[in-house]
Design a protein around this ligand. Structure first.
Ligand code: AMP
Length: 226
């Protein structure tokens, strides 16, 4: 079995983070932790967190750093992650969250941060076409539909357009990305933790590029992370 890893995947909305994180989690047998999925589940269950999160999420706004990092650090304490590591998707989204994450993980920092680069014109096209399963989060699009109507191939759930994939919410999320999340790229670069990978082309080709970047970094570290 491949060695575990502690990874963060960055990229604009629609860059393919969810799809790539799923492939990487299978490849490295490591838990995929998506803050967006955790929050959508909280909204679905109408938990106290879900009730707080819903309106902000629907409008594409970010939740507070403390709230997010409390949710994430609780998840990172669980045993599956302690054993094999994690692939963090959707977090950090601000430099403050990145600092809080580094403090939480100390003394053992992240192995690598991967930034999936896709031009904005392309992510806009992808987001307008994106459809997701309400139950398991599997991704589809207008051109890659489920086999039967809009029923998920994986779990049989209903496949719909995300509430925050409206034109207005998409443009707000991309604006927030530029303002609050893009500065993370320089922040991780200055710490020598960043690998940038081109996210265009077939998903399988992107996964290969990411795995190559991870293995190059692992080899440079003498064959092991952490
Ligand atoms: P995502 O599925 O990653 O696009 O996340 C969906 C929504 O959840 C975002 O638009 C935010 O409202 C919220 N969210 C997810 N992760 C974070 C985070 N790390 N910090 C703040 N808000 C977040």
């Amino acid at each position: 079995m491949a060695a575990g890893a502690r990874l963060v995947v960055l990229g604009k909305q629609g860059a393919g983070k969810g799809t790539q994180c799923l492939s990487l989690s299978h490849h490295y047998v490591v838990t995929h932790v998506s803050t967006g999925d955790m929050l959508r589940e909280a909204v679905k269950q109408s938990t106290a967190l879900g009730l707080k999160a819903k309106e902000l999420m629907d409008h594409g706004e970010l939740l507070g750093d403390d709230l997010i990092m409390e949710m994430v650090s609780t998840r990172l304490e669980e045993s599956d992650i302690k054993d094999r590591g994690f692939i963090l998707d959707g977090c950090p989204r601000t430099v403050e969250q990145a600092k809080m994450l580094a403090d939480f993980l100390a003394p053992v920092d992240l192995d690598l941060v991967i930034d999936i680069e896709v031009p904005t014109s392309q992510v806009l096209r992808r987001l307008a076409s994106r459809r997701v399963c309400v139950d398991c989060g599997a991704n589809y699009s207008l051109t890659a539909r489920p086999l039967i109507n809009w029923t998920c191939d994986v779990c049989g759930g209903e496949v719909v357009q995300r509430v925050d994939d409206t034109e207005e919410a998409i443009s707000r999320r991309l604006e927030i990305y530029e303002l609050q999340t893009a500065p993370l790229i320089d922040w991780y670069q200055s710490r020598g933790q960043l690998a940038q990978v081109t996210g265009t082309g077939a998903p399988e080709a992107v996964t290969k590029r990411i795995v190559r970047a991870i293995e190059e970094r692992r080899n440079r570290k003498g064959g092991r992370f952490s």
